[in-house]
Design a protein around this ligand. Sequence first.
Ligand code: SAM
Length: 287
Amino acid sequence: MATLGIPQNTIAILQKYQFHFQKKYGQNFLIDTSVLERIMKAAQIGPEDCVLEIGPGIGTMTQYLAETAVKVVAVEIDKALIPILEETLAPYENVTVLQGDILKVDIGELAKEYNGGKPLKVVANLPYYITTPIIMGLFEKNVPVSGITVMVQKEVAERMQAKPGTKDYGALSLAVQYYAEPQIAANVPPNCFMPRPAVGSAVIHLKRRGNPPAEVKDEKFMFDLIRAAFNQRRKMLPNALMGGGIPQLTKENVIKALEKLDIPETIRGERLSLYEFAELSNILCSL
Ligand code: SAM
């Protein structure tokens, strides 16, 4: 295997194809073998696994995945990378490269076609401009995915893993933790990429939960409450919720529901756990 994770090999292939990095696609290619090894370790890919890689770039991580998994399906938006991937992945018969936008791909269909409908494992050094829609799409559309291991901006990883009462805790923490158990596996400095991103990065592993940690009668309503609570996070919860434009929600009912939960009405949303947001939403649904 011509290890693309070594900078000279990446430079050589980019020069051969006269490739120009496209900022609009968030292209920062990995050039550090120890980071690649840490991603593989965090993703826990075994010989039975079918992996979906989002944005293979020139195929650096794809090569590692193909060495371990039974099958790798890689979706890349940039047409200019397809001939490069044909060369770098030529030795691997277990890799399929699809050109397209991951946000428009039917991942359920991919799982059917390449893994008999069984859950895929997602591994990616994500394009940072669409981190949240990609991850929330994987969760909300209920696609068959058992684990997600991704490189994201360090501060986004910290928000995903944050606990109530901390400065990083917010709507993203609650959304991710409702669907998965997050764990940061590595911090990765800008010099591990070409070109170097302006921000630090981190690898985070999101283990899909079998069931959500709290029973919720109306998920959309709970996430509307959460969004409203954090849109005005410095306000006391009843006031913040009233600013969220949620139909039929009255301040009186919010105060009543908080009372039932034994939570003071002066509380701010950033103090509430996922379980408490679930309870609050269930009570408000029934008032
Ligand atoms: N995996 C490679 C690596 O680690 O070196 C490249 C990672 S780079 C941060 C992100 C990759 O995602 C780029 O190859 C980019 O072209 C691709 N990409 C960007 N937007 C995409 C989209 N909507 N769908 C699929 N791939 C996309």
